[in-house]
Design a protein around this ligand. Structure first.
Ligand code: ADP
Ligand code: UDP
Length: 240
């Protein structure tokens, strides 16, 4: 049974790392299919969904830089990784008959459409899921920042950061078992306390544009849908 959602248009940031499942690298199709199922549930509620996919399961630019390589080239490789993930997630969504468009920040017309704000908003308003690939299209950024940027451009009511943990804690819960989860916290507090679940640029951009961030576990089947209806396990970052 689905009840009325409390959001009409949202941006889901899907962790690249989550896509690899229990493998050490790449894409576990069963995970992509499950995330697609959660997005399909949101569409069944009538929610317009834009998705930014990460790329950490394939490549991170800093990994190149830390071994003495060129950071910019590393970041280009990372952004290409997000395109691979976007194509995998689009395939999983289409298997469920969800109309899906991939828009890339880096032009590759033989593979997918290029991003423009106008085109993205058009597809969303037609009920299509829009997957934003290629991050921001610029090195030295992350897909969290791409999520905040695209959320602002599409007029999303919230950024849903689907990650490895089920919210923002007083310390990294993977390192500190005594850490406690916040139900609500302001953007400013996340920045002041240095809570590293999302990068500073992304949180600052969301704050400037008054966009709430909802941090939740991408591994929880049905978790996205539950939060869209006002329930679920999460931390809400909001200045209201
Ligand atoms: N205060 C905190 N609260 C929650 N998670 C935190 C915190 N500090 C660090 N983290 C870590 O941040 C990780 C999520 O960030 P990141 O690795 O960028 O995820 P993603 O792959 O979703 O982009 C979590 O897996 C968690 O271990
Ligand atoms: O706007 C962007 C977004 C991503 N990246 C690169 O793509 C990689 C994968 O993205 P991210 O680390 O954000 O993925 P996630 O942590 O969500 O899996 C990053 O490490 C960067 O190297 C980039 O250069 N610019």
């Amino acid at each position: 049974m689905t009840s009325k959602p409390i959001y009409q248009r949202v941006l889901l940031k899907a962790s690249g790392e989550a896509l690899m499942g229990s493998q050490g690298f790449g894409i576990d199709v069963t995970v992509a299919d499950r995330i697609a199922g959660d997005i399909a549930e949101a569409r069944a509620m009538g929610v317009e969904v834009g998705v930014v996919v990460g790329g950490g399961n394939i490549f991170r630019g800093v990994a190149v830089a830390s071994k003495g390589g060129d950071r910019v080239t590393g970041d280009h490789m990372g952004m290409l990784g997000t395109v691979i993930n976007a194509l995998a997630l689009a395939t999983s969504l289409r298997k469920l008959d969800i109309d899906t468009v991939v828009l890339s920040a880096i032009a590759m017309p033989e593979i997918c459409e290029s991003f423009s704000q106008r085109v993205a908003v058009h597809h969303l308003s037609q009920g299509r899921v829009v997957i934003f690939a290629g991050g921001t299209g610029n090195p030295f950024f992350t897909t969290d920042s791409a999520a905040a940027l695209r959320a602002a451009e599409m007029g999303a009511q919230a950024i849903f950061k689907g990650t490895q943990v089920d919210g923002i804690y007083s310390a990294d819960p993977k390192k500190d078992p005594t850490a406690t989860r916040f139900d609500r916290i302001s953007h400013a507090e996340v920045l002041e306390k240095g809570l590293a679940v999302m990068d500073v640029t992304a949180v600052a951009l969301a704050r400037e544009n008054s966009i709430p961030i909802i941090v939740f576990s991408i591994h929880e089947k049905g978790g996205f849908g539950a939060i869209l209806q006002g329930g679920g396990v999460k931390t809400v970052v909001s200045d209201d």
